[in-house]
Design a protein around this ligand. Structure first.
Ligand SMILES: NC(=O)C1=CN([C@@H]2O[C@H](COP(=O)(O)OP(=O)(O)OC[C@H]3O[C@@H](n4cnc5c(N)ncnc54)[C@H](O)[C@@H]3O)[C@@H](O)[C@H]2O)C=CC1
Ligand SMILES: C[N+](C)(C)CC(=O)CC(=O)[O-]
Length: 492
């Protein structure tokens, strides 16, 4: 990918989210929004994103890009290879915006529209180069959720679409190409149906806004996040699966369970009823507080899916593997020319689900970071998944951690690992955890190589031992790090 410059036209809820996603993936972002409050509002979204997005993966994201605000569309799109339109949902405003963009932008830049409902053919009407415009419909918060509905027309070439989707994928998005354009694409058709039914339930006095939210979040909402609709229903069919499920529940669709397309009128009375109930339900929190609660929950759930390598979590692992391959933490010792200084074994951000009631990285996660650093070092010397699968590994026999300073969510942390000794079955490591130049903790660990069949200490393979000895010999020349061999209670 060449120039990583994006323009964001319209910096509201969604434009601000796009800006954050681009910036935190190393893109420079140029924003145009006529609202004098735009810079402040984007700043608030970015602050939320900085504490949540970097911790989605267990490896550091590219260095944050540069953010600039511009007085004109011309200024904002200058040099941009991706231009994201996020102006209000009115076709006339969108058409005027595209005309201004296309008057000045590069002819091969992608112009993505965040529209929730318009078809791409409607957006392309009257455009100078219709083939440059696609729907790229995101989900709020754009800096966390992976889905982008990419809706093209026949005007967009396959090569153009592939290029656009490659850019989205590189930022951890999941581009879902919609086969045929349709009002409101795929996901918003569901959301509209659910929204419509919920409005009826409130209007008819069946349920309050809070009861409806509880019906979703204590039940099918959790289910949907991991298996969606069809896979969930397949499981609900029991051993007989989907056919049985359809035979059993298909007839229900003709029962009067839903109001279908009948939309309740948005009278002042209905709006007041819903807004009043919503105030009673959630008014104790500010919108920014609710955003932070939402982000904490989303990151925790997405990281749980990541641990299962499933759905959105599998996507996060794929992005991590790409980032890891380009990182020194993914390099093997036999590929390194110089191993004479402590090795970078962890380089990542503190995820939101690692923080505690004190507002900082919790105690147990210091051990996790050092455990991860040890795993990475094992990988570097060749004790990788294949080696472990063949029956050899290291077990930790003793650990001593010194907690020196704190780290907050989103902080970029790094572990440098010094080999104190490495010979035969024994491996003695000293990890130092930093945020920038600030030392946060040290971890001293003694490990033994084991045979996974006998579960007894054993000699490592010759290549693993050679790699370990190479680093140990090189590190023997280093000064002994402060804190080595300490016991609890000793004065510094
Ligand atoms: N809010 C949501 O949940 C979602 C919204 N969308 C879509 O994103 C688009 C933007 O929606 P939101 O961000 O929610 O609206 P918003 O009202 O938060 O932001 C719109 C921004 O556009 C600016 N603006 C107005 N006229 C402009 C112009 N001529 N040029 C540049 N900026 C202009 C406004 O000052 C405002 O900051 C819409 O098409 C919407 O359908 C898509 C996904 C989710
Ligand atoms: C309400 N909405 C139609 C604007 C919602 C979306 O388009 C997607 C989302 O984030 O839910």
């Amino acid at each position: 990918m060449g120039n990583k410059v994006a323009a964001v036209i319209g910096g509201g809820v969604i434009g601000g989210g796009w800006a954050a996603r681009f910036l935190l993936n190393g893109w420079d972002v140029q924003i145009f929004d006529p609202d004098p409050q735009a810079e402040r509002k984007v700043g608030e979204v970015l602050a939320n994103a900085r504490r949540s997005t970097p911790g989605l993966v267990d490896v550091v994201l590219p260095a944050e890009g540069k953010l600039t605000f511009h007085d004109t569309i011309e200024g904002a799109v200058d040099g941009a290879v991706w231009i994201q339109e996020s102006v209000p949902e009115q076709l006339a405003i969108k058409h005027k915006t595209f005309a201004q963009i296309q008057g000045v932008c590069a002819p091969d830049a992608v112009i993505g529209s965040s529209t929730s409902g318009f078809k791409p053919s409607q957006l392309q009407e009257g455009a100078a180069r219709p083939g440059q415009i696609i729907v790229a419909h995101p989900f709020n918060p754009v800096y966390l959720l992976p889905l982008i509905e990419v809706v093209p027309t026949a005007e967009n070439t396959p090569a153009f679409l592939d290029g656009a989707e490659a850019i989205l994928t590189s930022m951890g998005f999941y581009p879902l190409r919609v086969r045929k354009e349709i009002d409101a694409h795929i996901a918003d058709r569901f959301l509209e149906a659910v929204w419509r039914e919920a409005l009826w339930l409130v209007k008819d006095g069946i349920a309050t806004t809070e009861e409806i939210d509880n019906a979703i979040r204590y039940g099918f909402g959790i289910r949907w996040a991991q298996m969606g609709l069809f896979e969930t229903y397949r499981v609900a069919g029991g051993e007989a699966g989907m056919k049985h499920f359809m035979a059993q529940f298909g007839p229900c669709l003709s029962w009067p369970w839903t109001k279908l397309m009948d939309v309740p009128e948005f009278t002042d009375e209905l709006v007041d009823l819903i807004a009043g109930q919503s105030d009673a339900q959630s008014g104790a929190y500010s919108i920014r507080e609710l955003e932070r609660i939402r982000d904490n929950n989303l990151v925790s759930m997405m990281r749980a899916l990541k641990a299962q390598d499933w759905g959105a979590g599998a996507l996060m692992n794929a992005q991590e593997a790409t980032l890891r391959a380009a990182s020194p933490t993914g390099t093997r010792i036999d590929q390194m020319a110089d191993v004479s200084t402590p090795l970078l074994t962890v380089h990542r951000a503190v995820p939101l689900d690692w923080t505690d009631y004190n507002g900082h990285m919790t105690e147990a996660k210091y051990l996790q970071v050092f455990g991860d650093a040890t795993d990475r070092f094992m990988n570097m010397i060749g004790c990788d998944a294949e080696y472990i699968g063949a029956g050899g590994s290291y077990f930790t026999a003793e650990t001593h951690i010194r907690h020196v300073d704190e780290a907050l969510a989103g902080a970029v942390i790094a572990v440098r690992t010094q080999v104190l000794s490495g010979a035969g079955k024994k491996m003695h490591l000293f990890h130092e955890l930093f945020e920038g130049e600030r030392l946060l903790a040290t971890g001293e660990h003694f490990l033994l190589h084991v045979n996974l069949e006998t579960r007894r200490p054993s000699e490592p393979s010759a290549p693993v031992l050679a790699a370990l000895e190479r680093v140990a010999d090189a590190h023997a020349a280093l000064p002994s790090p402060k804190g080595v061999g300490r016991a609890v209670g000793q004065r510094p």
